[in-house]
Design a protein around this ligand. Structure first.
Ligand code: PHE
Length: 510
């Protein structure tokens, strides 16, 4: 069909039509072509000044079904007249109705035929008064059927009689432009070596640049929203002087995940219901150096951890239970990235500047695993954003101030701190913020000052204070992208188009 013709053909059709008559009305000349393709072809021609065009609107009359019947059978009054005229000695009203076969037509037509003085009543019969009549209505409707228009008065009258309906027709009034020609000159898109060599570039017509053209959709990879938000967090950490911790170890020993952090071996977090344990291999070696450069005495540290748990040390009375080395060597999927913070702090203990461990700022953003039942807001794995600050003379107020600045960089203000409990920090604080969308306080993080039992066992100086804090990456991401079900963000139900099309995010631009 004409509709599927390429725009190239349409432009030459337009040029042909213009060469025969001017102006051309598109709705008349190309009544079946879609508006958009005509416009696209006109724009191409107009950009080369080959045509000019303007959009015009006009009203067209079309026949209602009743009018179609009149065109084919005559008006009601004409039909009544014809029936009466044919019956040479008149027709009773009953017979007329039978003849016409339609009550309304008979009634309306009779009335009008009387008024026109075409028929009269003689005794109880109808008789014709004239030999022939002009069926004006039918004639008018015929004209409209063909031309879709008529005198304004006639149109108005027929419209009132509900025989017509009006339709708005959008059309283009097309005229020749200053560069009108029957064919479109080929426009060059590139200046080629051949054109330069032959000199044909001098006379060639070049296609003007279209700076508004959108590039074709690229089949390219896309960053996951979690990655985008992660990138924003990394940037905040970097600008605050943090270095990134290595987080490649998803499998940790119970020692680093729990014992080193002073989590007692009976703690519910270590239950099978909360933690995934590795079945094969079940246990790790005792913690020890992983590279020849590591000259630290892990045995001493290991013993310290054991003593802190069993009897206490460094001013702590400990948990006073028989601590099991086997338990500490069980392999787990790390339940928090604090396992890494712990081992990084132990490494810091072996570093020395002016005879003592230097201040440090570490962060990590990576995956952790918890044996939780899956629902709209929980999966068994999620990402933790974790930070650690080690320095001398740190106070709890300093931690609160730091958290205020840190979250402020994401546009999260008015923090509330609530006393909380972690085995490895004292004091500990949950961090809340008022969420305007949800109209309530929501927990956005957990934090604290690491215990001396944990730090001094590593050999860190007793006057070094260490802040730690953690939050999930998923929660701010879901809030940012307006996702209420975590399964829309992670897992097999994720809509790839959403991942591909979602915008970049700026945490501080709310
Ligand atoms: N590990 C804690 C959690 O999983 C976060 C935290 C890190 C708290 C460091 C205090 C110190 O919620």
């Amino acid at each position: 069909p004409a509709d599927n013709k390429p725009a190239g053909d349409l432009t030459s059709e337009i040029l042909q039509a213009l060469s025969k008559a001017e102006p051309v009305l598109s709705a008349e000349t190309f009544p079946h072509l879609p508006f958009e393709s005509v416009k696209a072809a006109l724009d191409r021609l107009a950009s080369r000044s080959m045509v000019t065009y303007e959009q015009v609107e006009r009203e067209e009359a079309t026949l209602e079904p009743e009018a179609e019947v009149i065109v084919s059978h005559g008006s009601h009054e004409a039909r009544v007249f014809e029936a009466v005229r044919k019956a040479l000695d008149g027709l009773s009203i009953q017979d007329l109705e039978k003849e016409i076969g339609d009550k309304t037509v008979t009634k309306v037509g009779q009335g009008k035929a009387f008024k026109e003085k075409w028929i009269k009543k003689d005794a109880n019969k109808l008789v014709a008064l004239v030999d022939s009549i002009n069926d004006v209505t039918r004639d008018q409707l015929r004209v409209i059927q063909e031309t879709r228009t008529h005198d304004a008065k006639i149109i108005a009258d027929l419209k009132k009689r509900k025989l017509l309906k009006m339709q708005k027709i959008i059309s283009f009034k097309i005229q020749k432009g200053p560069k009108f020609a029957l064919e479109m000159v080929k426009e060059e898109t590139d200046l080629t070596v051949e054109m330069l060599a032959s000199g044909s570039w001098k006379t060639a017509t070049f296609k003007p640049y279209n700076f508004k053209a959108l590039g074709a959709d690229q089949r390219a990879g896309a960053l996951h929203p979690l990655n985008k938000v992660r990138q924003e967090f990394r940037q905040i950490f970097f600008e605050m002087g943090f270095t990134e911790m290595p987080t490649s170890r998803f499998v940790e020993s119970g020692f680093w995940n729990f014992d080193a952090l002073f989590v007692p071996q009976q703690h519910p977090a270590r239950d099978l219901q909360d933690t995934f344990y590795i079945a094969d291999p079940k246990v790790a070696d005792r913690p020890g150096p992983e590279s020849p450069d590591d000259k630290r005495d892990y045995n001493e540290y290991f013993e310290n951890v054991k003593q802190v748990h069993e009897n206490g040390k460094y001013g702590s009375i400990g948990y006073r239970y028989p601590w099991s080395e086997d338990e500490s060597r069980k392999l787990v999927l790390r339940t928090h990235t604090t396992a890494i913070s712990g081992s990084m702090l132990y490494k810091l203990a072996s570093e020395s500047r002016n005879g003592r461990s230097p201040p440090a700022r570490y962060f990590s953003i990576d995956r952790v695993f918890r044996n939780e039942s899956v629902d709209a807001t929980h999966l068994c794995e999620f990402h933790q954003v974790e930070g650690v600050i080690a320095d001398y003379g740190l106070t709890l107020g300093g931690l609160m101030e730091f958290m205020t600045i840190f979250f402020g960089k994401m546009g999260v203000t008015d923090l509330k701190f609530k006393p909380a409990y972690n085995p490895y920090t004292e004091p500990s604080m949950e961090i809340f913020s008022f969420h305007k969308g949800l109209n309530k306080l929501i927990e956005i993080g957990n934090s604290g000052v690491f215990r001396p039992e944990m730090l001094e066992a590593m050999g860190l100086p007793s006057d070094l204070r260490v802040y730690g804090f953690g939050l999930s990456l998923e929660r701010p991401t879901m809030i940012k992208y307006g996702i209420s079900n975590i399964r829309e963000l992670l897992g097999h139900q994720v809509n790839l188009t959403f991942i591909e099309k979602n915008p970049a995010v700026r945490l501080d631009k709310d």
